[in-house]
Design a protein around this ligand. Sequence first.
Ligand SMILES: Nc1ncnc2c1ncn2[C@@H]1O[C@H](COP(=O)(O)OP(=O)(O)OP(=O)(O)O)[C@@H](O)[C@H]1O
Length: 594
Amino acid sequence: MDKVKNLLSPLASGTINDTLKLVVIGGTMETARRASASAWSGFVDSFFLTAHFSQEDYPYDWLLHWLSKQPAWGRSREFDITTRTISRNAVTQTTTGDLLDDDEDDEMLVRDHRKRKVAFEPSPETTHTIYYQGHWLRVTRTKRKKDHEHSAELKISVVARNNNILKQLVLEAKRDYEKDAEHKVHIYMADTTWGLWTWTGARQKRPMSSIVLEPGVKDMLLADCKDFLLSEDWYAERGIPFRRGYLLHGVPGSGKTSLIHSIAGELGLDIYVVSLSAKGMCDNKLAKLMGRVPSRCILLLEDLDAAFTRGVSRDEKSTGTPATLTFPTSSRKKDLDDEEDSTLSLSGLLNSLDGVAAAEGRLLFATTNHIERLDPALSRPGRMDVWINFKNATKWQAEEIFKNFFPCKRPEPPTPLTPEGVATETKPKPRRKAPGPVLEEAELSDLAKRFADAIPEDEMSVAAIQGYLLKNKTRPKEAVEEVAEWVVKEREMREKLKKEKEEREEQERKEKERKAREEKAAEKLTEPAVGQPCAGLDVITVASSTLSLGTASTITCADADTEETTASEGGNKGEKWVSVSSESSTTKSTSATS
Ligand SMILES: Nc1ncnc2c1ncn2[C@@H]1O[C@H](COP(=O)(O)OP(=O)(O)OP(=O)(O)O)[C@@H](O)[C@H]1O
């Protein structure tokens, strides 16, 4: 008791009393200050209407698109600068700081190639103030994490009596976005870090006429897509999932991707692009992405064959025979779990495409240069209903590409008539002058024919021919005269590249073999300890009764693939090694003493 009194006695002294008073007064004042500050901010906030727009929903894109056009955005004091243009219509700024519209900017780029387009994006976690229809909007882009998932959000606050101003803003942003979309194709890329779709910009629509394919192919494909989009009820009545898949396969540079973009433009659809071989792509992320594809769009799976060169294929999984047989220690098991988590499997892909979460009404387009590498399950009807083979250019294609490439004098279109039949006086739209000479129509046809004669059938890709013409874009006549020489050079170059590739592959094969030999040798050297699993084998049976050589127990290891069984007797170096057949069969003992 005395001890307690001694301990408390300093508290009764004057100094401690004063200190305590100070602490109490200070604490009270601070609490009061905080309470009043939060009350004030609560009071101020009570005047604000706040709307949240999640990245997973359309209004987020509309608003970002709208914001990217606001001059105040460019003058904002905190922003991310990117040379990746948000949209061709986005407010852009040269490095000198002047705001320019697109046409001016193009001119600038011609005059001064060092000047680059710079786009402004809202910095995350910063607030921007924008004046809109008599109101000050406070706009904040935030990143949030919910249920282990990252996503972005746009928060817009405004002082107003009701939410009419926010409704108006969203509608205007939507109208603006859709107006731009009329002439553009919006492209979204799969973000494998967040498992979300990221808007990467809008591309000018590419006219179907600029794609040169054998007659009928484009029309057939377009008609099929249109027919599908109009057949929702037909599919519903028959209980068939409302989806259609198109597999475009064939040589590189033959127009697969270009055709898809063109169709998207023609049908007014957005494109959602997934590269299955992208770093970080796994079953989970793909399923999430597929669940977030809107109902009417083009889903583009690029380089379909590339995805499964590194992952675990469905066949390996389904037979239960993993590619490498291992006995996971706890840390190794964690690695395996992580690996599984970051791997894309064929079954994962099929589930994502067909699963309940998969969007209805989407057009699935898949491209590949190696159709022979595809698993038949992936390309079967129901998943890929229409297949189109893209080949190297025919002579007819070469001729058409040439005609499309060079400008020629076209006859003036007839003057439109008024309802009374009087010709209207219309001012011709000023056209940008194309570089190079403008040919007569007949001359162009003649040159195109001569050009096509020099191009070998089904040997050069359309992209290669286009590349050659680009180099001669102001010299149509010379392009024809020099094309034979180019073909020879191109062949030589391809021969050289082929040789180099073969040499590289041969070297890689040798290297692989060498590594395999080394691994085998290392395996032989590692003697399995008694009671421990044999590396590389997945079934272990301890059969101490089958053999009675020496004193140690015997381990029998069955190779899952070959059913071959070996047994080894433990013991010191220099003692016996025994091989036996499987447990039930008779011992084919080859004992040896080293
Ligand atoms: N049939 C074609 N008609 C018009 N242009 C074409 C055609 N084929 C290729 N091109 C041109 O070649 C370039 C490459 O074409 P694209 O990317 O569409 O080929 P791809 O078949 O998708 O190639 P990859 O398989 O390598 O992805 C584009 O600039 C495109 O304009």
